[in-house]
Design a protein around this ligand. Sequence first.
Ligand code: ADP
Ligand code: MG
Length: 493
Amino acid sequence: MNNYTENDSRIMEKDCQKVWDECLGFIRDNLTGNETDRVYSTWFEPIVPLKLDGSTLIIKVPSPFFYEWLEQNYADLLERAIQLTLGDDARLLYSVVMDTSIAEQPISTRIPSTGRQSTINQPRDVPMNLNHEDSREFPNPFVIPGIQKVRVNSQLSSSYTLLNYVEGECNRLARAAGYAVAEKPGKTAFNPLMLHGGVGLGKTHLANAIGLKTKELHPEMTVLYVTSEQFMQQYMDAGRNGTTSDFVHFYEMIDVLIVDDIQFWSNKAGRTQEAFFHIFNTLHQAGKQIIITSDKAPSELQGLETRLTSRLKWGLAAELLPPDVETRMSILRQKLANDGVEMPDEVIEYIAYNINTNVRELEGALISLMAQSSLNHRDITIDLARQMVDKFVKSTNREVTIDYIQKVVCDYFNIPIESIQSRTRKREIVQARQLTMYYAKKLTKSSLAIIGLQCGNKDHATVLHACKTVANLAETDKQFRFWIEELDKKFKE
Ligand code: ADP
Ligand code: MG
């Protein structure tokens, strides 16, 4: 089998891609339900066809979670697609990166018509499906006889909804998983669902929104949101009052438990973690949903009991990333629409381009801007925005971004921002690119190499040359000097 010529293997590669493209065509045409475009781009576009071996197609998926999701939701569709393309005895083999420290390995072969041979090798380290229902005879003081369930205040905030959680590349996976969890709590592979990401990126909002959606879709379910700090406090109080078992029983009756910010337990709260660990197991085994947020990925949570972190790896760890500028703009627009406030586009753009760290800061700047304007009866102008942004993010030694410089320069010349990245030698574009480089050098701390990279993939010598050219022209060319004066004003140097 090993004596393929290079040519053969190229043909095979091509066939493999072709086969997968055909499958994709079929899948795209046959996806049903809501938001098929989004489903397609979230769940099918990331798949990479690796190899065609006879009638077995090997596809690569980004994570075990991804694989389970496909199997759970699109097994039939995939089966139909592959059978149509490769015939009735076609097989699909998944290759998945299990862990960054472990090499890729195929995890499952699915043979159409005989169903799935599940050999998924998830990091589960205790036997699953323990029979737990027989040992639940203890009296639960929180349950009044005759009444199935007590009403629990879910502690959810009604303002953090899925509807106002703006979707972007940065949160697509987490949002999709959250939606799935709300539809079928405890019945998906995403249990626990672990949302992680930096401060102010929307973990609390999303976790809360999943809780609200669950209640809306399943009013009979008991949903509870707690912060890890609250949980710890309750646990300690219970210990002091001799009501630890009440505490445990209370938590064990929750259908969807959301614990926010568990990194708070790092390097402390050993007994609290222990208690949570047991509650976690009981809920998980009973098919109840657990949602957890953390500002660190499970593997980076230091000082958390290994038993607990290994549980956290069972489900899905979905990362929230900083939003790109489009998403930042949509978030701002949405907040403004909610508040019924109007703001000039250039101000929205200014804020979105200049605050790129997290959503909380973005909102903070917007709120202070609105407050300033209404307190002092001033119009919301770009000048006011500049002052607010400076004031708001002063502490984080923010600088103007290269993105923003590109935007201002391109707007000024009325050319599309993409043209900076293009290879075109058109004079006006070349000039805009050079001006961008000049301002990037002047206004940011970025190296020449980085500036070049972001301005059409040029090398550092090109950037240096651009800076000199602009400086020269500013001296000798009246038109150029005028542009620079105008642009200087925009950057307020
Ligand atoms: P975290 O818990 O990750 O620190 P939060 O959930 O508290 O962040 O989010 C900070 C603020 O940003 C909240 O007011 C939240 O509503 C808002 N926010 C974050 N992400 C989004 C989003 N995708 N769409 C709309 N608002 C968002
Ligand atoms: Mg939070």
